[in-house]
Design a protein around this ligand. Structure first.
Ligand code: C2O
Ligand code: CU
Ligand code: CU
Length: 492
């Protein structure tokens, strides 16, 4: 038995035994209710903008039972409230940085003007604030927000800065939708702790910080009491490096209903779902009254391109419990799953005139590392493009694009599986694979403020596996110097 298997065995053991062993075990017993990030308060101003406040702050969190750990959070000691707004609404977020160092807040998956994107050019200085505004122009989806300061994203997210941004749309599809009751956010992350209970930020791998303790919504060893026959789980892989292969311990079939950018055309039955860092999935699972069933992460099945002797180094052999679902003795009935969920527009761009290629290797894209002063290309607004992304490395990477939701045209020439055929903003790119994406940037142009594309393994991104592009109007010209945000950064 390996140490990992032993630890997993302990988690499944009866509670009394787990408690007795809890002193130095890294996977703690399921004794605490899953925290649900609160829905963020908002006010609507005279211009009709829904205004949220996110205050980045330092604090302490009991991530592991009985251990206080220094962490960072928004409006609290770890993670942040769930922002929620409807398609068509205008929103503003007042971001206040009370940390001792600059940070940013990026709206991952959101279609936003570049100056509101919260990338590395929109730094919020220590003690400063920033208030981007935009209109929500995209379908219902589970998006998220997190810092994006160039070179320090991994650390800021690892310390706890991240939250969900849920977009609602009309008409609402008949899926479980009572937030925190049958519609449950799951932010999945991995952490390592020092003997003193601090976050261990040492990073000896090529992939980034890999933790040996799984934390869900900020704590290890969470359980969720389920009151309804079906629950919807909005799952975010909020880890910096870890690839999860999620499923239930009895391999029951659940339905994948949403990907990064919104609902799928119809529910896709599955017993496992893989998520790389930054990706989201919405699933609906049915429970039987009185049962207790853990959601786990299992060893990776999609091992394309990973050398067998390397796999361990990338953490893909590990097993973790994500959350124990405990169904009540009697369950409220839930609506049946709708047969169809969304009408996806026909896949555009397969024959688009604009073709770009992105080769991922080491900490580079197309043999270049990120340079804040270099714009890698210009895209023309409202124009279909085809992006060919190749992982020409022997490390796992993924690929994320700001501002847009793309569609996967093919993976090594084959059409994507159904659960990857919807809107995506982040895609896993195993070593050796070639993925073609239909990409289009709508509505917003800016001659100065760029958007980012990058590997979302955050250590890779920090080391330079990122590039930047402008979206311009057909006649528009780029400014001489990229990046200067059009917002002012007045100290508060
Ligand atoms: Cu989630 Cu450029 O990031
Ligand atoms: Cu992003
Ligand atoms: Cu990478």
């Amino acid at each position: 038995m390996t140490r990992r298997q032993l630890l997993v065995g302990l988690t499944a053991a009866p509670l009394a035994m787990s408690l007795a062993c809890s002193r130095d075990q890294r996977v703690p017993p399921s004794t605490r209710p899953l925290p649900i990030p609160p829905l963020a308060d908002s006010t609507v101003d005279a211009d009709g903008f829904r205004i949220f406040t996110l205050r980045a702050m330092a604090g302490q969190t009991e991530m592991v039972t009985g251990v206080r750990t220094d962490t960072w959070g928004f409006n609290g000691s770890i993670l942040g409230p769930t922002l929620r707004a409807r398609r068509g609404e205008s929103v503003a977020v007042r971001v206040e940085n009370t940390l001792a160092e600059p940070t940013t807040v990026h709206w991952h998956g959101m279609h936003v003007p570049a100056a509101a994107d919260g990338g590395p050019h929109q730094m919020v200085p220590a003690g400063g604030s920033w208030e981007p505004r935009w209109q929500i122009r995209q379908p219902a989806a589970t998006l998220w927000y997190h810092p994006h300061p160039h070179g320090a994203t991994e650390k800021h997210v690892y310390r706890g800065l991240a939250g969900l941004f849920i977009v609602d749309d009309d008409p609402q599809v008949d899926l479980p939708h009572e937030y925190g009751v049958d519609d449950i956010p799951l932010i999945i992350q991995d952490r390592r702790f020092t003997g003193a209970g601090a976050l261990d930020e040492s990073d000896p791998t090529d992939i980034g910080l890999l933790g040996d303790t799984l934390v869900t919504n900020g704590i290890a060893g969470a359980h969720l009491t389920v009151h309804t026959e079906r629950v919807r789980l909005r799952i975010l892989n909020g880890s910096g490096a870890r690839l999860y292969n999620l499923g239930f311990s009895d391999t029951r079939v659940f339905h994948i209903v949403g990907s990064d950018g919104g609902l799928l055309a119809e529910p896709v039955p599955a017993s496992r779902i893989q998520l790389s860092p930054g990706e989201r999935a919405e699933i609906v699972v049915a429970l039987r009254a009185g049962e207790r069933i853990p959601l786990r992460s299992f060893p990776l099945e999609n091992r394309a391109g990973l050398a067998a002797d390397e796999a361990g180094r990338f953490g893909v052999d590990d097993t973790f419990t994500v959350v124990d679902l405990i169904a009540e003795q009697s369950l409220r009935s839930s609506a049946r799953l709708p047969a169809s969920l969304a009408t996806l527009p026909p896949l555009r761009g397969a024959t688009a005139a604009v073709q770009r290629q992105f080769d991922l290797q080491w900490f580079m894209i197309n043999r270049r590392r990120m340079d804040m002063d270099r714009i890698d290309f210009h895209a023309i607004v409202d124009t279909d493009e085809v992006w060919t992304v190749r992982n020409v490395d022997n490390w796992p990477h993924n690929f994320h694009v700001h501002d847009t939701q793309f569609r996967i045209i093919d993976i090594d020439g084959e059409p994507p599986p159904a659960h990857l055929a919807g809107f995506k903003d982040t895609v896993y790119t195993p070593p050796g694979q070639r993925i073609r994406l239909a990409v289009r940037f709508a509505d917003y142009t800016d001659p100065r403020a760029p958007y980012m594309y990058h590997c979302h393994l955050t250590m890779h991104e920090d080391r330079g596996m990122m590039g930047q592009f402008l979206v311009l109007g057909p006649q528009e010209r780029a400014a001489e110097q990229p990046g200067t945000a059009t917002h002012d950064h007045a100290m508060s």
